[in-house]
Design a protein around this ligand. Sequence first.
Ligand code: FAD
Ligand code: EPU
Length: 307
Amino acid sequence: MPEADAVRARATVTRLALASLTTLKVGGEAEVWTCEADADVRDATRADFRVLGGGSNLLVGDGGVPERVVRLGRAYADARALDAAGDAWLGAAVPLPGLVRRARQLGLSGLEGVLGIPAQLGGAVVMNAGTRFGEIGDALQEVDLMLDGRVERVPAADLGLDYRRSELPPGTVVLRAHLRLTPSTPERVARAEEAVDAARRGQPKARSAGCAFKNPPGDAAGRLIDAAGLKGLRVGGAMIAHEHANFVVNLGDATAADVAMLLERVRAEVGVPLEVEWRRWGLPGGEAAARGWDHGRPAARPSTDEG
Ligand code: FAD
Ligand code: EPU
């Protein structure tokens, strides 16, 4: 079998509703390429593509996305390389919640701040996920990236990590991340996690994609939306959560168009400009109004949604 065919045989290609792969549970279909080796990723990224992590910071259009959706499979999701020494290379599909738990059990400090974030490690790097108690960037040493079919090792300091952002070139796939954690004790780590857990207690449990807007300098989007009296505001099946005003929850039958319209109403009513934190894929109804979204670049080859 020619090499290209052999490689293609390893990636699983399926047409799936992205609603099933995102935490907000909205979004139409795409061709999903699940990759188990770097060669699969190289192959999958030869045409226009987007990269899906845990799908916890995405609004996907009801019409789906025309590009390939590249996903890292189980081969990238094994956290066992993290041992008590606290220095490990991990695949970018490792789920953050399990990793945080493993670090606590091993008595390793450095991931307490990302407790409760339902990301994959790669998506956490791209968004520099975190809380005011700490970000993934604090523990990150370097990453292996695929760009234009080549694997490159890049130090964390060169990734442009900042509040909920990174500066990875469009078309980059994070393959692996090198984390360094500090030896401590499970008890101390658990104690540090208590403060993070307490800060998250007011967040809704219903389907969401976390906070919809970034906090503007010196203020909190949730406070502003709440002060504008918008808790409980609804468009179709999408609602501003009663528990926390910066969360949009899917009441069960929300469409991407509902969600997009709800966010536009919020932006119209809050006097301060608010930047949407989510990445947006595809074209839900009402997209003409989508000012200031981080939609990124629909796919001049190779592409991501880096906006
Ligand atoms: P996705 O949502 O799948 O993707 C996000 C972006 O990263 C996309 O642009 C995607 O293309 C890109 N990407 C993903 N994986 C890769 C990869 N391997 N290579 C290249 N690009 C990739 N965020 C916080 O920062 N703090 C919080 O406290 C927080 N709380 C949340 C609570 C809830 C209940 C939910 C649902 C979300 C929360 N979030 C929070 C938002 C979200 O979890 C983060 O933004 C997270 O970093 C997204 O990671 P992901 O793997 O789900 O990425
Ligand atoms: N507030 C209100 N009403 C609300 C919500 C918040 O008045 O409905 C007020 C609070 O009383 C507080 C302030 O707004 O004075 C900030 O609220 P909170 O402490 O809940 O933090 P936040 O800034 O809204 C941030 C992150 C969360 C992260 C928490 C915990 C952003 C946009 N949000 O929320 O991250 O989990 O801190 O540290 O930075 C995410 O990014 O998706 C996310 C969930």
